[in-house]
Design a protein around this ligand. Structure first.
Ligand code: PMP
Ligand code: GLN
Length: 381
């Protein structure tokens, strides 16, 4: 019998896979895993059909030139930041790959990488696989999950190699404002620290706010890998298409990793996205589209025992159930999936040291009928 030690002995199958499987087994409404219940546009599907003739071989390793150019053009028109399409933009197979390659191209064994909990579940294991030491800083619901930048400064040591950040934030829906960029810049100024900025929800911010990308601050931009995903922006999570924006010296190292992870991403999809990205309406309409869904879902809880936590961006709504039951969130998420037939994600799983909070995350990237049915069932509790 062959045996070998697990490289990830403490890692289980992700909570998203677990809850989606349970939702499917139980016939529950799946407001757990973050993916739309509706399709991408016909126009995008037509482009894929069109480009799947004659564009079916490997693309260049860093991406189809037209897509890199479209991403750079979008970055210029949306943020007013100009990037060199060929030395600062890399097309990858989803933001997960961008995050993995960013960390693995710069983290050496023993390096510390700071992240803020609740943190997306991939961050910690990706750092550990690189031999890095994840340093977790807990954010608090009572403080709107805001980052205390002085607290970050206190966690920096000579071993700090990188800081991972995520705004709009999964799972809480918190977002940064421009003052966060200044405060962050003050912490890293004069250091060699790199930043991995997960901005997959860049086009989903609510109530007139605008997305505070690290690209907007020169002190941050010059040390950042910015990880993006078309999955969120164009309702195509199953395509696993994304990108990494980084200065040339970081992009060069990033690509050395990317070429061993996937080498290149699906060619016809890249051509289709290159074309689709040229029309800004395709992403500018996203915030208002999701804001309506957020408001529809939240409306069910106004006169209920649930407490609505603010969702300023992303497609997630967190709800506090402490007035309903004392159960742990992991148990309650299972029970509601089985008994109420509504699946959610327990927020405590995104912490190294879970707080006592009683909070579940619901994804509102779902058709209105599904949001209404789930809202009615939950609000009746
Ligand atoms: N980061 C965050 C915060 C996410 O929510 C997700 C996916 N849902 C990803 C990264 C991964 O994106 P992708 O599916 O493009 O790999
Ligand atoms: N990011 C999605 C979520 O938060 C899930 C992605 C995945 O399942 N890997 O629900």
């Amino acid at each position: 019998m062959i045996t070998f030690p697990s490289k990830q002995p403490f890692v289980a199958t992700t909570i998203f896979t677990k809850m989606s499987q349970m939702a499917s087994d139980e016939g529950a409404l799946n407001l757990a895993q973050g993916f739309p219940s509706f399709d991408c546009s016909d126009a995008l599907q037509d482009l894929v059909k069109f480009y799947s003739k004659g564009h079916n071989q490997y693309s260049p390793m860093a991406g189809v030139p037209g897509l890199k150019i479209s991403i750079a053009a979008k970055t210029e028109s949306f943020y007013g930041v100009s990037l060199d399409a060929h030395t600062e933009v890399t097309v990858v197979s989803g933001a997960t790959e961008a995050i993995f390659a960013s960390i693995h191209c710069c983290v050496f064994p023993g390096d510390e990488v700071i992240m803020f909990d609740p943190s997306y579940d991939a961050y910690d294991p990706i750092v550990r696989l690189a031999g890095g030491i994840p340093i977790h800083i807990s954010l608090k619901a009572s403080n709107g999950y805001k980052i205390d930048w002085d607290e970050l400064a206190r966690h920096i040591t000579p071993k700090t190699k990188a800081i991972m950040v995520n705004s709009p934030h999964n799972p809480t829906g918190s977002i940064w404002d421009p003052s966060d960029l200044d405060a962050f810049a003050n912490v890293v100024k004069g250091t060699q620290i790199l930043i991995v900025s997960d901005e997959v929800y860049e086009h989903i911010v609510f109530d007139g706010a605008s997305h505070a990308s690290v690209l907007l601050h020169p002190e941050l931009r010059k040390r950042s890998f910015v990880c993006g995903s078309f999955g969120k922006t164009f309702h195509v999570t199953g395509w696993k298409m994304g990108y990494c924006l980084a200065p040339p010296f970081l992009t060069a190292e990033f690509r050395k990793l990317h070429q061993w992870v996937t080498f290149s991403s699906a060619t016809p999809l890249q051509y289709a996205l290159a074309e689709y990205l040229k029309d800004p309406n395709n992403y500018l309409s996203l915030s208002s589209f999701y804001q309506k869904k957020r408001d529809l879902f939240a409306s069910f809880f106004v006169n209920s025992r649930w407490k609505i936590l603010p969702s300023h961006g992303s497609f997630f709504q967190c709800l506090d159930y402490s007035a309903i039951t004392d159960e742990k969130d992991v148990d309650l998420a299972d029970r509601y999936t089985k008994e109420l037939k509504v699946a959610s994600i327990p927020v405590s799983v995104f912490y190294e040291t879970p707080p006592e909070d009683k909070i579940l995350r619901f994804c509102f990237a779902k058709d209105d009928a599904m949001l209404e049915e789930a809202g009615r069932k939950l609000a009746a509790l």
